[in-house]
Design a protein around this ligand. Structure first.
Ligand SMILES: *[C@@H]1O[C@H](CO)[C@@H](O)[C@H](O)[C@H]1NC(C)=O
Ligand SMILES: *[C@@H]1O[C@H](CO)[C@@H](O)[C@H](O)[C@H]1NC(C)=O
Ligand SMILES: *[C@@H]1O[C@H](CO)[C@@H](O)[C@H](O)[C@H]1NC(C)=O
Ligand SMILES: *[C@@H]1O[C@H](CO)[C@@H](O)[C@H](O)[C@H]1NC(C)=O
Ligand SMILES: *[C@@H]1O[C@H](CO)[C@@H](O)[C@H](O)[C@H]1NC(C)=O
Length: 384
């Protein structure tokens, strides 16, 4: 065969393959049309759904009351009152009063985006200067659902205006409490994944030197007898806390995962430790806290100081696989894969708030950090 002949044969094969692939894609699109994102707005609640997961929030508060997925009507703790299942909260004080813990409760609800591919809703609360004993902070809690995405995102925009009173913020976090009869297996890292005790096991156990550490003397699961449970066992450096959560013992098993794609919105830097998931079953993402550090990491706003910050988005990822009945790490491994995908997608391009700085609006710094001490060391630096 001559060279030209070979070449043209190659072209034919290549052309045929391209045409074939196009056909498959076109056909594939028509055949695997995924359900669209929908908002169902009632007087006191709104449900976001995408055919995979339904999330119901209260209006105007923005409390997560229900998450339906994988054949389970509500993954959240239905034995708790509706305001104690999924929420953002804050611990704050002023020098003159005691520390107060407060849930962020919106007083107005707004649909920010409602298309086939994305829904974004907002729950805003605005400080009222004549109620001086209230937290001097405005908040805008956002919840986002994307098409074809098993889970939802949440982020918050918090703000103080000029002239507002002094406030100390000790702790700011988002919390999810799951069905305790369903979720028994927890995974924090490859080294820390295990079957966990029940909340009642802490009540029947013996409190040790501090109230968080409890010796399990009569646990529901006898295998755990003699162990100590303490939520601080599961604390992790910010830099390593990219995904953690629980796997249910339902059929099929369901994984409920907190994915934190980046640290830019957490105080304390990469080596700051904080809580992750613990007996409850509770799933946290902590953005500000004094844990393991003390007062230095409390955010202290003086009288008059202004501030604005976007916190998140974090991703609540749900997965399910019947093979996980025998091996829950299947869902942990899948959650890690999804975490890597979310990390690679950071900074996200979907949040609608213009306060969230998109990829195209960000710069990159590369170079070297010169630490000029007696030995003069050159350290390569990159913000990735
Ligand atoms: C989820 O929402 C869709 C659309 O609103 C609804 O048809 C479906 O019944 C809901 N599923 C569950 C389990 O609540
Ligand atoms: C409020 O918090 C600050 C900073 O952590 C602390 O110094 C102060 O003692 C606290 N005040 C009260 C009354 O708890
Ligand atoms: C602010 O608080 C005052 C005192 O409680 C109340 O009378 C007023 O209606 C509030 N204003 C708004 C905008 O909520
Ligand atoms: C379920 O897990 C098995 C074993 O890891 C895997 O082969 C299979 O692809 C998974 N199924 C889904 C739907 O992810
Ligand atoms: C390091 O600091 C010393 C003293 O200030 C200065 O003389 C020297 O030039 C500096 N070295 C570099 C590499 O900048």
């Amino acid at each position: 065969m001559g060279k030209n002949m070979q070449l043209s044969l190659l072209y034919v094969v290549e052309f045929t393959m391209v045409a074939f692939t196009l056909l498959l894609v076109v056909d594939g699109r028509r055949m695997i049309e995924t359900p669209i994102v929908r908002l169902d707005i009632q007087t006191n609640q709104v449900t976001m759904s995408n055919g995979i997961v339904n999330v119901t929030l209260s209006i105007p508060y923005g409390l997560v009351m229900s998450i339906s997925y994988g054949g389970v009507n509500n993954l959240l703790a239905t034995q708790n009152v509706e305001k104690n299942r999924g929420y953002w909260d804050i611990f704050w004080n002023r020098t003159t009063s005691k520390r107060a813990r407060k849930k962020f409760l919106g007083n107005s609800f707004e649909v920010i985006m409602d298309t086939e591919n994305q829904a974004e809703i907002s729950f805003k609360s605005t400080w009222n200067a004549s109620q001086s004993d209230e937290l001097p902070l405005n908040s805008d809690l956002r919840f986002v659902m994307l098409r074809d995405t098993p889970g939802f995102y949440t982020y918050a925009i918090v703000e103080r205006l000029e002239g507002w009173p002094l406030v100390y913020i000790e702790n700011l976090r988002v919390v999810f409490k799951l069905q305790q009869d369903m979720f028994h297996y927890m995974a924090i890292s490859d080294e820390r994944k295990r079957i966990m005790p029940m909340p009642v096991d802490r009540e029947t156990g013996k409190v040790l030197d501090y109230k968080e550490a409890v010796l399990l003397t009569n646990p529901t699961n006898p295998d755990l007898k003699g162990e100590v449970d303490d939520k601080y066992f599961y604390a992790t450096d910010n830099k390593d806390d990219r995904v953690h959560g629980w796997v249910s013992s339902t059929n099929p098993p369901v994984g409920f995962w907190m994915i934190i794609p980046n640290d830019e919105f957490r105080t304390g830097g990469p080596y700051k430790q904080d809580l992750t998931s613990h007996v409850g079953p509770t799933v946290l993402s902590i953005f500000v806290s004094r844990h393991f550090a003390g007062d230095d990491l409390v955010i202290k706003f003086q009288q008059g100081e202004r501030w604005k910050k976007v916190i998140g988005p974090v991703f609540l990822y749900l997965n399910s696989n019947s093979s996980a009945m025998d091996n829950p790490t299947i869902l942990w491994d899948d959650a890690k894969r999804r975490m890597n995908q979310e990390v690679a997608n950071w900074p996200y391009d979907f949040p609608v708030s213009e306060e969230y700085i998109k990829s195209s609006q960000r710069g990159i710094i590369r170079g070297q950090l010169l630490v000029n001490d007696s030995t003069t060391t050159l350290v390569p630096a990159s913000n990735g």
